[in-house]
Design a protein around this ligand. Sequence first.
Ligand code: PLP
Length: 285
Amino acid sequence: RWAYVNGRYLPHRQAVVHVEDRGFQFADGVYEVVTLLDGRFADLDGHMERLGRSLTELRMGWPADPRVVTMIARELVRRNRVVNGSLYIQVTRGVAPRDFKFPADTPPTLVITVKRVAAFAKPAQLEKGVAVVTVPDIRWGRRDIKTVGLLAPVLAKQQAAESGAYEAWLIDPDGTVTEGSSSNAWIVTRDGTLVTREPSEKILNGITRLSLLRLARERGIPVEERSFTVEDALAAREAFLSSAGTFALPVTRIDGKPVGEGGPGPVTMALRQAYLDYVAGRASR
Ligand code: PLP
């Protein structure tokens, strides 16, 4: 297995960064995760565009031209012979003696890894849906930037796992659901409207989210980008979550209470299929 670190393809075991890397000391870096489905990157352009935006927000430049980063990613996938998997790209502000201020003239650290994924969802997750638990959203104020500062989501996901749930839905102080610890949150209301929170500094604007919104609109599904509460979700017909690695995944229990009929809903499953068809370059059924 191979990884890429600052200009070199290395055996995965030997792929290391320096102890004074600012990603390690300050979480001063950004990342992207891109799914590889049957040899194709899902929404690669969207992910690269968002990486550029995250870099800009942190006042960092690209470690190399985005086309070169893409080329390295493709080469890494080839070397690892991965057909279905997950690509991870991380850029930090580089290695410098520990000091909060930006270092001068320090090149960024670019790390790219890829791993195989046997199945993007377990059969039971598609047949029964997944459970989520709600957790107060204690993250910082710029969740629109995909930074490697992920302590709050780590704690939230651990809490979910310890409760036997798949994901944590994070609750804003105003009582609305912001998003999942590593996914966006959606509901389908009783009247069939697809609802997901509007993009703002309170959520990461998911690339999968954007594609699902477009696919839904193309199919004539009424869409509203607005916040919703857990009570709205429990009163809804369907709920689901989305991310690069899960596409659209049905959510059928929230804090132990069933959503809708308690099983995966038709809108969720149709959107999941539409996304898979779109990535595969197939016309949708
Ligand atoms: N929201 C958060 C906080 C995330 O970490 C992620 C992805 O990991 C998402 C949403 C979903 O974004 P995407 O669809 O681009 O993977």
